[in-house]
Write a protein that binds this ligand. Structure first.
Ligand code: TRP
Length: 453
């Protein structure tokens, strides 16, 4: 199995590919709006704590499971312990559902990129007008679906090129490009008049807004934005080579993810305060509105607005693409290894099922809005079910499995690259995985079921 399996090349590739999965709409779109709603700097502190205490150990655990077995998530858990194969299946199901709605939002970024390039994005004048444009786009039965499909086909094309020529190469090109675009945009925002108010808003901890709910939001955000709990990192690590240092890779990926989230805040808030869309007295709107309604209005009030809008939405498309690739690969690798289909057919089957699922998710926000499951649209149900139930469950079982059941020799081997590196952190890692992570995750999970409200 190990000999003829595709492998990522250099040391940097492992970091860039995993960071490509982690950095996505979660960091650039979701983080600034959630942070804005939950006390700015205070949320930041909590988020960083969660990344360190929960995210890092779990990522190392997932990397170890993947590289020890050289198999995608279902096969990896089965090889280590047949009874725990369900953790792999849970991940494939979650990947399927996340990808269904992720393609929809990715499609919106594509639509807004088209609008920026064609200049139509700067034609409205008030935030209300932008809100109307977003609403009309949603209600159109075809356009959002077609955008989601284009995105799925782009992802299909990368996966079709294979693990090295597709996934690895595209991450090595796109990730540096993404950082450069982010730096340019952040410097530009900070350069604008009165941008300082936005910086203050983003960094000043307002601990009065912190509640138990905020802590749980920070945990959920850390999870989603590091791509853990789903076997995504297991699948990617199965392509790591023997020399990859798992600890360093996990550390770098977490640092890059956090950095991107910070830069996203530094792009959005200073600009929003500078053009007067946000003022020190009005609190910002969160959720989809921030990126698709507030931001176009901000770009509109800047000189060369369409250009900045085009760079920003290209950035979002790039970030989303490297994340959809990782989710698509989880399903494709599963079909390839478990159903013994060729990679070509596995990819085709994944794409075909995603065309249907993403169309349903997209239409559930527009013409099929009246179809509800417990009051939620199909889109929101997919979001809720994955972020609040399947991911925490996957993370919880991963900690229990790696912390309590997995032979410590396997973990030691993976951390030390068969004795070549020191592994002082092993006792700490095991302690976190055995006790700290499962307890915290159990709390998130019970909270998501509404037990603490
Ligand atoms: N981390 C990505 C983001 O922030 C989304 C993502 C990709 C993901 N793969 C994942 C989330 C696996 C959870 C699990 O946008």
């Amino acid at each position: 199995m190990e000999q003829n399996r595709a492998k990522f090349g250099g040391k940097l590739s492992a970091v860039l590919v995993a960071a490509g999965s982690a950095v996505g709409l979660g960091n650039i779109w979701r983080f600034p709006s959630v942070a804005g709603d939950n006390g700015g700097g205070a949320f930041l502190v909590l988020y960083i704590l969660c990344v360190v205490v929960l995210g890092l150990p779990l990522m190392i655990a997932e990397f170890s499971v993947g590289r020890a077995t050289h198999q995608a998530s279902v096969g990896a858990y089965r090889t280590l312990n047949r009874r725990w194969t369900f953790v792999g299946y849970n991940g494939v199901l979650a990947a399927f559902l996340i990808l269904g709605f992720y393609y929809v939002v990715s499609g919106w970024t594509l639509e807004y990129l088209f609008q920026s390039v064609s200049g139509t994005i700067t034609q409205a004048s008030t935030p209300e007008a932008y809100s109307k444009i977003f609403e009309n786009f949603h209600l159109d039965p075809w356009r959002p679906v077609i955008c989601a499909w284009i995105f799925a086909l782009m992802t299909h094309a990368v996966i079709a090129l294979g693990v090295q020529k597709g996934i690895e190469r595209i991450s090595n090109i796109l990730m540096p490009l993404l950082f450069v675009m982010m730096l340019i945009l952040a410097i530009h925002s900070l350069w604008m008049p009165n941008s300082w108010d936005g910086v203050k808003f983003f960094f000043m901890p307002d601990f009065s807004k912190v509640t138990a709910q905020t802590v749980l939001m920070a945990l959920g955000q850390a999870f989603f934005s590091l791509s853990i709990g789903l076997g995504c990192m297991v699948t990617y690590a199965s392509y790591f080579n023997r020399e990859t240092n798992l600890r360093h890779t996990a550390l770098n990926v977490s640092l890059l993810g956090t950095l991107v989230a910070l830069l996203a805040g530094l792009i959005i808030f200073p600009a929003a305060y500078s053009v007067g869309i946000f003022t020190p007295d009005t609190s910002p709107t969160a959720g989809p509105a921030l990126i698709f309604i507030t931001l176009p209005a901000i770009f509109n009030s800047m000189p060369l607005g369409s250009l900045w809008a085009a760079i920003f939405f290209l950035l979002l498309v790039v970030a989303a693409l490297t994340s959809t690739i990782s989710l698509h690969e989880v399903i494709t690798a599963y079909l390839h290894e478990e159903w013994h289909l060729s990679r070509k057919w596995s990819n085709a089957l994944t794409t075909a099922s995603m065309l249907v699922t993403s169309a349903v998710a997209s239409l559930s926000l527009g013409v099929w809005n009246h179809w509800r499951i417990c009051g939620l649209t199909i889109f929101d149900t997919m979001d809720y079910l994955t972020a609040n139930i399947l991911l925490p469950l996957g993370g919880f079982f991963t900690c229990i499995f790696v912390g309590w059941l997995l032979d410590k020799k396997v973990l030691r081997n993976e951390l030390s690259n068969e004795g070549k590196l020191s592994c002082h952190i092993l006792p700490l890692l095991v302690f976190l995985l055995r006790w700290v992570c499962p307890v915290i995750l159990a709390i998130i999970f019970l909270d998501s079921l509404g037990l603490f409200r």
